[in-house]
Ligand binder design. Structure first.
Ligand SMILES: [Zn+2]
Length: 304
């Protein structure tokens, strides 16, 4: 197979800011060759596994050579595995865990894509859009969608021939309308954590309990998810709001939420309730990743 490669320097095919490898590889394949599937097969092994391109950091050289970018620039498109701790992944300035990344669907922000089109740049997929906890594009604050507003089908990588359109019906996704749901405090928090501007991120982090300010993005997401699990042990009535990010702004509020099931159980007449609450709290902590469990354990009120 012959693939035209670009010479390094001014003629490089550019990676857009925060662009993901699947998006870049697909654009490059369409640009370089009339048979993009052949290029994709050469890069991926199988052109249907475009979603996995995000993990192929060891193929940065291949991508650099084909695009004319230097290796370091090309490597920015990938999510890399960290040796320590096990299961940790890093991309751009962020550290998360394996379970925060979901490539089974393709999430896009129609507003961000529309802005690309307006600016005359190719509409592209951003790396943070692969995070399952992120519901809004951090840069524009606009909702992410993972279903086509025209045919209603789930957007996937498997049938994706253009990141800016639906792989089922061809609907240009920059014209798609996203459901008009208000952004929750948690959504705002997650968006700020992954904001492109480090000043915005630092500003949001400065509001956290001091011990948490330096935590990785993934650990903060896991802390919130563990606290929400504890909160569900004895929900206060139906429709009780899930704990928002304000809970992790002080050790005292974290401790209050964490110890509430035990406290409520102790106040009740039911002698068995304390045992149940203790077991449920322990179980919620045990399923949390180690640093989160250790931190929460230190805030657990021990009763003799
Ligand atoms: Zn569609």
């Amino acid at each position: 197979m012959s693939v035209v490669t670009l010479s390094p320097g001014n003629n490089a095919f550019f990676l857009m800011p925060r662009e993901s490898a699947p998006s870049f590889v697909l654009r490059l394949a369409n640009f370089l060759t009339v048979k993009p599937d052949r290029f994709l097969r050469a890069f991926l092994g199988d052109e249907r596994t475009l979603a996995s391109a995000v993990y192929l950091h060891h193929k940065s050289d291949f991508l650099a050579e084909a695009s004319g970018l230097d290796r370091q620039a090309a490597s920015l498109a990938f999510i890399r595995r960290l040796r320590d701790p096990a299961g940790a992944r890093t991309f751009l300035d962020f550290t998360v865990a394996d379970h925060h990344i979901d490539q089974t669907v393709r999430r896009v922000s129609p507003v961000a894509l529309a802005r690309d089109v307006e600016a005359g740049i190719p509409p592209y997929h951003r790396l943070p859009w692969s995070l399952s906890d992120l519901n809004h594009d951090p840069e524009t604050g606009s909702p992410l969608i993972c279903a086509c507003d025209h045919c209603g089908r789930t957007l996937t990588w498997e049938n994706c021939v253009d990141v800016a359109s639906c792989g089922w019906c061809g609907r240009p996704l920059w014209r798609a309308t996203a459901p008009d749901e208000p952004m929750s405090a948690f959504d705002e928090f997650v968006s700020a954590l992954f904001h492109p501007d480090p000043i915005v991120r630092a500003d949001r982090r400065s509001k956290l309990a001091p011990v948490l300010i330096g935590w990785s993005e993934g650990d903060l997401l896991d802390l919130m998810s563990t606290l929400r699990r504890v909160q569900r042990i004895f929900p206060i009535g139906l429709g009780a709001q899930s704990a928002g990010p304000e809970v992790i702004e002080a050790n005292s509020s974290i401790s209050r939420l964490l110890n509430r099931p035990l406290k409520d159980a102790a106040l009740s007449e039911d002698r068995g309730a304390v045992t149940v609450a203790a077991a449920a709290t322990t179980s919620a902590l045990m399923t949390a990743p180690r640093p989160i469990a250790a931190f929460l354990n230190s805030l657990l009120v021990r009763r003799a």
